[in-house]
Design a protein around this ligand. Structure first.
Ligand SMILES: [Zn+2]
Length: 219
């Protein structure tokens, strides 16, 4: 499948592996194409050996259009997010360590620092528990994600979104950082000082209107 997005996804697979966000083959990445179809990583193929032809092209209803492999088992989650968030063009789902800890122990992960406020843009919610791969899980993810750039999936992992694949990877990395900071802070003080939603919103806007534009300009 000769799509420029294929190269971006394969590069992203290397990036999330290097960032220690994935263990084994768990996790998946997708990109929304301009025509409304979804290019997604296959089910069960190790990131290191993934090839362009392993990626699967699907429509928004989950039908496979081309690609010889099965699409990720979380395809429903990806299409449901794209349907509910028109600003999202890329999604990264991983079972990173601290997000997984938070997913089994917390109801939400408040943000503690400005970089998290800028890139995640709101308190991280933990979904109600649903079985992996189901529409019920997809619905819970959409609900808990809201207009924030990442969400924790109960007893499972995290999903991060962005208007580009780079933004989605950054949100996934920052989501893991947010969980690590909060989990470790709780060990020191049961009530760490958290940023208010108002302050988070202010910094998210500063980032979107200034820093992110600066970064896009450099690219
Ligand atoms: Zn998963």
């Amino acid at each position: 499948m000769k799509l420029k997005e294929s190269i971006l996804i394969l590069q992203a697979c290397e990036d999330i592996k290097e960032s220690n966000l994935v263990f084994g083959t768990w996790g998946n990445i997708s990109v929304l194409l301009e025509n409304g179809d979804v290019l997604i990583t296959p089910s069960g193929i190790p990131y290191d050996s993934m090839q362009e032809e392993d990626l699967v092209l699907c429509d928004m209803n989950g039908n496979v259009l081309s690609g010889g492999k099965n699409p990720s088992s979380e395809l429903k989650m990806h299409t449901s997010i794209y349907k509910s968030r028109p600003d999202v063009k890329a999604i990264v789902h991983t079972h990173s360590m601290y997000a997984s800890i938070a997913s089994a122990t917390l109801e939400e992960v408040p943000l503690l620092t400005e970089d998290l406020a800028m890139t995640i843009g709101g308190t991280l919610k933990v979904t109600n528990y649903k079985t992996a791969g189901t529409q019920e899980l997809a619905d819970e993810v959409v609900k808990a994600l809201g207009n924030v750039n990442a969400v924790i999936i109960s007893n499972h992992g995290q999903t991060a979104v962005g208007s580009t694949l780079d933004d989605a990877i950054l949100a996934a990395i920052m989501c893991e950082k947010a969980c690590m900071l909060y989990v470790k802070s709780l060990e020191i003080n049961k009530s760490p000082r958290v940023l208010s939603e108002e302050e988070i919103e202010k910094m998210r806007n500063t980032y979107t209107n200034f820093y992110r534009k600066l970064r896009a300009f450099k690219e």
